[in-house]
Design a protein around this ligand. Structure first.
Ligand code: HEC
Length: 162
């Protein structure tokens, strides 16, 4: 009986190891996942011109942008940048993207710092990152709408850490 029990425990242990390695395999799979289009029809439409700061950061559309951005992040970014924006180390940890601004005591300076990061974020997501012909991050212009990209930014804002 005791022997059976310890065998059962061992088996369970093996199963959970298998599940864990499957999960980390999924999280690390880069490159070959088709980007998902995102339905943003419930958000205010922003038009052709790209904004230079996140229009959904505050205001009436914030909650809906956060809902859409959370799912759009999981579908398009999490495979590299990690679930809940916690990087496994392969790609930058997006919780830190605003960290230079976080400690600023002056509210106006802090907001203009966030605005600069908005521009940096938008440029990075639109163009992706290619160096010496290697695609480190795919571009999302033409795949994600402006509304979708700012929704993802809205989600990242809720994950900020210093
Ligand atoms: C195929 C993997 C991959 C995917 C998918 C991906 N990224 Fe990236 N991303 C990277 C890598 C790698 C870098 C760092 C590139 C470099 O070294 O220049 C990066 C850099 C960034 C940066 C700059 C971070 C910093 O600290 O400077 C931002 C912002 C970013 N990604 C946002 C996103 C968002 C938002 C998405 C989803 C819409 C996304 N990424 C999808 C791999 C990816």
């Amino acid at each position: 009986m005791l022997v059976n029990l310890s065998l059962a425990v061992k088996r369970l242990g093996l199963v959970s190891v298998a599940v864990l390695s499957l999960m980390s395999g999924l999280a690390q799979a880069h490159g070959d996942v088709v980007p998902q289009s995102v339905d943003t029809s419930t958000l205010p439409q922003l038009g052709e011109k790209w904004r230079d700061s996140n229009p959904f950061s505050t205001g009436d559309a914030h909650a809906e942008a956060l809902r859409i951005g959370t799912s759009a992040y999981n579908q398009n970014c999490a495979r590299c940048h990690g679930l809940e924006a916690i990087s496994g180390g392969m790609s930058p940890d997006l919780r830190k993207v605003d960290s230079d601004c976080m400690g600023m005591a002056d509210e106006a300076a802090k907001n203009s710092c966030f605005k600069e990061i908005d521009e940096y974020f938008l440029a990075t997501v639109r163009r992706g990152r290619v160096r010496d012909g290697r695609v480190y991050m795919p571009h999302f212009e033409g795949i994600l709408s402006q509304e979708a990209i700012w929704s993802i930014r809205t989600y990242i804002e809720t994950r900020r850490e210093e």
